[in-house]
Design a protein around this ligand. Structure first.
Ligand code: FAD
Length: 459
């Protein structure tokens, strides 16, 4: 009798701990570990994300004793090919709910079915998979607060108890398919976090020890290391959110509550994108298709100033430069810079979202596009349209000593204290090399409110 063989196809779950696909494959089964370099997914990823992804793949390969098979191509062709070569009845994956991933998986499932094989989906990258949290009448949530409550009531499974030895890994060299090495990491200038599962665990332990207690308030301070920096590890599944939630299960502290709420936002946006895949590219609230936005050479000049962190508004510029320097930006500053693009520069939110997706190492379609739409007021749970972040007040409130700005804007390094948020008001104006404000915030705020009001009137 031949031992059943499974194919475990890794995608956004690059870890061996808490890995439900291993459970589904059956303890001790012979299994081949596969990752597919799919150009359609890799092409839009910026260098930072590729660098991190390739680092995670190397880490996973090490954990599996060098037994990760990496192939290149269209998954609808290569996954059935590999399954055939290795004689796997089932291909195990964590379900993907993104617009592309869902379609791709349907294609793979169909191709496998033609060979008499199955695609088995177990688990997802979320604590609660999209579609599971339902209103009393079985509908889907469009507002975060009731979703969060229902999400907590629904609950999640405990972490799966798995490790690399759970399955009997097949040597990829014994499989007659064209394997490729994990690509060399692209050159990056950004200072990126250590990829991989052990690095994720280490970061999490540091956060639990040093930051969780102060997280409820500290999370809003870009000048302090108050947040977990777990987003990139969650993005690539170096750790599952359920593992983090299990570690917090016994805590009712403010920090733990606040952290659970942030993970609920992550699940909420995945759920919303699952409900409305078109909202990755267009306004969730289609009434805002009528919102006037700017275009033309002046708009492009302002867009370039924003991208380069040369708007003359220090907290905006610090954020945009942090994004380049680290492939990451603090959440508070993501909101400030996004608001500036949409409400001070009157540019379409998707221009900014695309730039973020190119540079963010944690770039995630659901969280990014819906984070942008929250700020633009075009999404679910939209910030009230009349909320226009004042970049000076935001800077003074959340970076009270100006340390965040001075870290990323060297032209302002010699300006002491909170005065750094208004360099145009310094005696002699902004220091040499630092621009004057590209717009008048008060005026642009009024323009934005008029434009939003015009949409409301025609609703
Ligand atoms: P922490 O404060 O430690 O939060 C813990 C975890 O909760 C995060 O790792 C993340 O998984 C989740 N989380 C926190 N805030 C949010 C939120 N508002 N929405 C969804 N999940 C959240 N997050 C991404 O992971 N990828 C993105 O591409 C992304 N783009 C964004 C764009 C904009 C315009 C805005 C306003 C927010 C965006 N966010 C995105 C959400 C948030 O800014 C980041 O998750 C957070 O800054 C990551 O840092 P952290 O891990 O230290 O966060």
């Amino acid at each position: 009798m031949t031992t059943p063989t499974a194919l475990v196809w890794f995608r956004r779950d690059l870890r061996v701990a808490d890995q439900p696909t291993f459970l589904a494959a059956g303890q001790g089964s012979r299994a081949l570990a596969l990752f597919v370099l799919d150009r359609r997914l890799l092409a839009p990823s910026g260098a930072a994300r590729l660098w991190f992804l390739y680092g995670c793949l190397r880490d996973l390969d090490r954990s599996l004793g060098g037994r990760l098979l990496v192939v290149e191509g269209d998954p609808t062709e290569v996954v059935p090919q590999v399954a055939h070569q290795v004689g796997a009845d089932d291909v195990h994956v964590a379900a993907d709910f993104g617009p592309y991933g869902r379609l791709r998986d349907r294609g793979v499932e169909q191709a496998l079915a033609e060979q008499g094989r199955s695609l088995v989906r177990t688990g997802s990258p979320y604590a609660v998979a999209p579609g599971r949290v339902r209103t009393a009448d079985g509908g889907r949530y469009r507002v975060f607060t009731p979703f969060r409550q229902a999400w907590a009531d629904h609950g999640w499974r405990p972490p799966a108890s798995t490790d690399a030895d759970h399955l009997d890994w097949i040597d990829p060299a014994s499989v007659a398919v064209e394997a490729v090495p994990v690509p060399a990491p692209p050159a990056v200038t950004a200072d990126l976090p250590e990829p991989g599962e052990a690095a994720a665990r280490e970061r999490w332990q540091q956060f639990l020890g040093a930051q969780l207690d102060g997280y409820a308030t500290g999370r809003n301070r870009p000048d302090q290391p108050g947040t977990s920096r777990m987003s990139v590890y969650l993005k690539y599944g170096c750790v599952h959110p359920r593992t983090l939630l299990a570690d917090l299960a016994d805590s009712t502290s403010e920090g733990a509550q606040a952290f659970r709420t942030e993970l609920a936002w992550r699940d909420f946006y995945a759920d919303v994108l699952d409900q409305r895949p078109d909202s990755a590219r267009r306004n969730y609230d289609r009434a805002y298709d009528a919102l006037a936005t700017d275009s033309g050479p002046e708009a492009h000049r302002l867009f370039a100033a924003w991208r380069e962190g040369r708007t003359g508004f220090p907290v905006v510029d610090a954020g945009m430069r942090q994004l380049r320097a680290e492939g990451w930006m603090h959440n508070r500053v993501r909101m400030i810079t996004a608001s500036f693009l949409v409400k001070d520069l009157h540019l379409p939110w998707w221009w900014g979202a695309r730039h973020f997706m190119r540079l963010l190492v944690d770039g995630d379609l659901a969280s990014n596009q819906h984070g942008w739409q929250w700020v633009a007021g075009t999404g679910t749970d939209a910030a009230p349209f009349f909320r226009v972040f004042n970049p000076v007040l935001q800077g003074e409130r959340f970076d009270p000593q100006g340390d965040y700005v001075r870290t990323y804007v060297p032209e302002l390094a010699d300006v002491a204290g909170a005065a750094v948020h208004k360099p145009w008001a310094l005696p002699g104006g902004p220091p040499a090399g630092y621009p004057s404000p590209v717009v008048d915030h008060k005026h642009e705020r009024a323009v934005a409110l008029d434009r939003y009001e015009a949409v409301r009137e025609v609703r």
